[in-house]
Design a protein. Structure first.
Lengths: 276, 206
């Protein structure tokens, strides 16, 4: 069989095997590379650093469980940064299928590690139906939407919430997102109510978000695992994103190699098909 | 309800929300907030409707022993357990609901999503061909961005990360902006059609 034929008829299980190995191997043999910080990540980090210590920030967990490997490390980095600067976090989610549970787990784990207390240093408001109504309603009064938090505790009994009732009481919004609700955070919360927004998103979402950054509607952006790794580097706390970049590097290289090989096969077979 | 009443409600509610956007008057803001609360409550009921509907459909599937009915049993059992756990015990960490979510649902959804990597690699090998000038440009851009997004790219050529970031920040942004403006205009036009009663599919007819 000619090389062209072989390349054209390559069993895709070989591709699956190589992809699997590229993900698994870096777990056992960690490979780390130096990360160059992009301007979008630096801007987000600088914004967080510029906020006075003790500021109240909002960290919406607009994520489905399916994207956790990408979004959870970003969320953890954001929460760690906030706690390190003694900020208070108000969290919520417009993703009914798991967002509040993810927020609860991440905040409690990071809160316990930083010695923070629920209700004083951070709260999780949970989920309410219809994100358009929720985002608009919180501009007037958070209490009109959330009378209780995720656990059913009345919001008024949470010390942190005593002075927080709308976006005006929040210094910054650091959204973690894997879906289009982030567009509404920008268009409703940012544009209508004047809140300052930055976000950590999945890599596939990042291209769209560049338009908001360029228009000044978002102050900064962490795009996928790379964005998370850059933020971890700025924080001086390399963790899951930094480790994940080893696997991501191998996968990207492998896919590029597949594209090149596929095209070599394509051009060889096209040349062979030409009449002599 | 298919008479003029739903149209009148849609018109008045739509017009009020448009006006309230521009009015800082406390009474208007209060009424607007109440409207948004109602939307949230109605949406909550629509979720309930969805749950009842999916339960009914799957129950019927099991009763009639339709194709792949055991999957319907799994769905119904999972639905019942999560519902009972959530209602009886709450959803806090340490509850049955939370344990099932964190240890069953989340890993399953992550696994399903991670399958994409395999199929993307396979598709890239089979379909990403430099057949035309446009396809070649797309291919070259993809390679630059993929390399620029990983540290190895920087090792190959120091300017690659900056080039990848420029592609994302300039040509990509121009295209994304066009898409966003187009989608926003489309959304505004559709909303206006609903408010004016020209678009009536939400009432179950064209």
């Amino acid at each position: 069989m000619s090389l062209a034929k072989r390349l054209e008829s390559l069993d895709r299980r070989w591709i699956f095997l190589l992809i699997g190995l590229s993900v698994v191997l870096p777990m056992f043999l960690p490979i780390t590379f130096p990360e160059r910080i992009t301007s979008q990540t630096q801007a987000l980090y600088d914004t967080m650093e510029s906020l006075p210590e003790g500021s109240v920030i909002m960290v919406p967990f607009e994520v489905w469980p399916s994207t956790l490997p990408e979004t959870e490390p970003i969320a953890r980095a954001a929460v760690r940064h906030a706690f390190r600067r003694q900020m208070k976090i108000v969290s919520l989610s417009n993703v009914g299928g798991g967002g509040p549970s993810i927020a609860d787990r991440v905040l409690r784990e990071e809160g316990n590690a930083a010695g923070k207390v629920y209700g004083i240093d951070y709260v999780n408001l949970g989920y309410r139906a219809n994100y358009l109504a929720v985002l608009s309603g919180m501009g007037t009064s958070i209490r009109s939407i959330y009378q209780t938090d995720y656990s059913g505790t009345p919001v008024d009994s949470l010390p942190l919430m005593r002075n927080v009732d709308s976006y005006k009481d929040v210094a910054f919004i650091f959204a973690i997102a894997d879906n289009a609700t982030l567009d509404y955070w920008v268009s409703i919360v940012g544009e209508r109510f004047g809140a300052k927004i930055g976000a950590g998103v999945t890599a596939v979402m990042a291209p769209k978000m560049f338009a908001y950054i360029d228009a000044g509607q978002m102050v900064g952006l962490l795009g996928g695992m790379k964005g998370g790794a850059e933020y971890e580097k700025l924080l001086g706390l390399p963790d899951q994103s930094t480790r994940g970049m080893g696997a991501q590097s191998l996968i990207h290289l492998l896919i590029i190699a597949f594209i090149v090989l596929g095209n070599v096969g394509f051009f060889l077979s096209r040349r062979n098909a030409r009449p002599a | 309800m298919r008479g003029p009443l739903p149209l009148a409600v849609a018109f008045l509610a739509g017009m009020f929300m448009i006006v309230s956007f521009f009015s800082p008057h406390p009474a208007v803001e209060k009424a607007s907030g109440d409207f948004l609360n109602w939307v949230s409550i109605v949406s909550g009921f629509s979720i309930l409707l969805g749950v009842v509907s999916i339960a009914q459909n799957n129950l019927a599937k099991v009763k009639r022993r339709q194709k792949e009915w055991p999957y319907a049993v799994v769905l119904l059992v999972a639905l019942a357990v999560m519902l009972a756990g959530g209602v009886l015990e709450g959803t806090d960490s340490g509850t049955v609901y939370d344990a099932l979510f964190q240890n069953v649902q989340a890993p399953m959804m992550t696994t399903m999503f991670s399958m994409l990597a395999f199929f993307i690699a396979s598709a890239a090998y089979r379909a990403f061909r430099a057949r035309t000038l446009q396809a070649t440009l797309l291919l070259g851009t993809a390679v630059i961005v993929m390399l620029g997004r990983i540290p190895v790219g920087q090792a190959i050529y120091d300017g690659l990360p900056d080039l990848a970031n420029w592609i994302m920040a300039v040509p990509n942004t121009a295209v994304q902006r066009g898409i966003i403006i187009g989608a926003a205009l489309g959304g505004a036009a559709t909303a206006l059609r609903i408010v004016l009663g020209l678009e009536r599919t939400y009432m179950g007819r064209g």
